[in-house]
Design a protein around this ligand. Structure first.
Ligand SMILES: Cc1ncc(C[n+]2csc(CCOP(=O)(O)OP(=O)(O)O)c2C)c(N)n1
Ligand SMILES: [Mg+2]
Length: 288
């Protein structure tokens, strides 16, 4: 049976990857969970009473401070419970950019909470502005005419791991069992844990609503979004990428409209470099 804590119906756009992600992840949230949601599409998707999408107590926060709010909620509830879990559910804008300081503080304090970034690679809720999760060579509504994004995507998960946390992982909606298993591990980690879920947006990335899962699968298997986990100081790569699928992944999306052969080669080079760096770390872990 499909295990979820979402009610029937929601306010998301058709094909919203972030909604599929919540549908899958929430099934693994413990009974006594509180979800903290900073400003994002999910501030809207959650819905107002009596049309709530989420069947979990949830707290909406300002853009920059969800992990700080989660810290306060954790301590308040700890007076009464021991088996509660506070889960931050945040977009890439708050995770990679405006709320990164708040996340860093909460990870450093070692608060037992789980931070989940659903990454649609732009500020989608306010009209597709670029974030530092937006990939190189893409077009957003903040891109000047006849141009594209010139900066590479920030490596969010490695920043989180640098805080010496016990558990961190990437996942995507095309591999639901992998995603659920990772959420289950994350919410039962003693200290803080972080999950980074690639959750594509048909409206913002420019593909058909019915292709969200296909795009996610291609992101994972092409190595564009490496699927791996970090547990007790060891890296494990969950999908060995096939880089020959990168072109298919890229050409399916209108946001890459300005891409030519040269830029495609550059993307391939960066993806392979990133993966090799990850692979080296995972080999090091295995040898330990
Ligand atoms: C300080 C501040 N700046 C800007 C906004 C406007 N705002 C609300 S949601 C949002 C986009 C959030 O992007 P992301 O975190 O990636 O989530 P998504 O909308 O893509 O789900 C922005 C810019 C705000 N609420 N607060
Ligand atoms: Mg976003």
């Amino acid at each position: 049976m499909y295990e979820t804590k979402m009610n029937k119906g929601h306010l998301a756009c058709a094909g919203c990857g972030a909604t599929i992600a919540m549908g899958l992840a929430s099934g693994k949230f413990p009974e006594k969970s509180v979800v903290v949601i900073p400003a994002s599409c999910w501030s809207v998707i959650g819905g107002p009473l009596p049309y709530r999408t989420l069947n979990i107590p949830s707290v909406h926060t300002a853009f920059a401070c969800a992990p700080a709010v989660a810290t306060g909620i954790y301590y308040a509830l700890a007076k009464k419970y021991k088996d509660h879990r506070v889960i931050v559910w945040a977009g890439d804008g708050s995770s990679f950019d405006i709320g990164l300081q708040s996340l860093s503080g909460a990870l450093e304090r070692g608060i037992p909470f789980t931070y989940i970034c659903y990454d649609n690679e732009a500020y989608m809720n306010t009209g597709i502005q670029r974030s530092s999760a937006t990939p190189l060579y893409t077009i957003t509504t903040t891109t000047p005419e006849n141009a594209f994004k010139k900066e590479n995507k920030k490596n969010f998960l490695e920043i989180a791991i640098a805080h010496n946390i016990e558990y961190a992982a990437t996942a995507t909606i095309a591999f639901p069992d992998d995603l659920k298993k990772k959420v289950e591990k994350a919410v039962s980690t003693k200290g803080p844990s972080v999950i980074h879920i690639f959750s594509p947006c048909p409206t913002g990335q420019g593909f058909k609503e019915m292709e969200s899962v296909k795009i996610s699968r291609l992101a994972g298997i092409s190595g564009f979004f490496p699927i791996y986990e970090y547990e007790n100081e060891k890296y494990k790569i969950n999908i060995e990428p096939d880089f020959s699928r990168l072109k298919e992944y890229i050409t399916m999306q209108k946001r890459f409209a300005s891409i030519d052969d040269e830029s495609l080669k550059k993307i391939e080079k960066i993806v392979i470099q990133n993966f090799n760096r990850l692979k080296k770390k995972s080999l090091l872990s295995l040898n330990n």
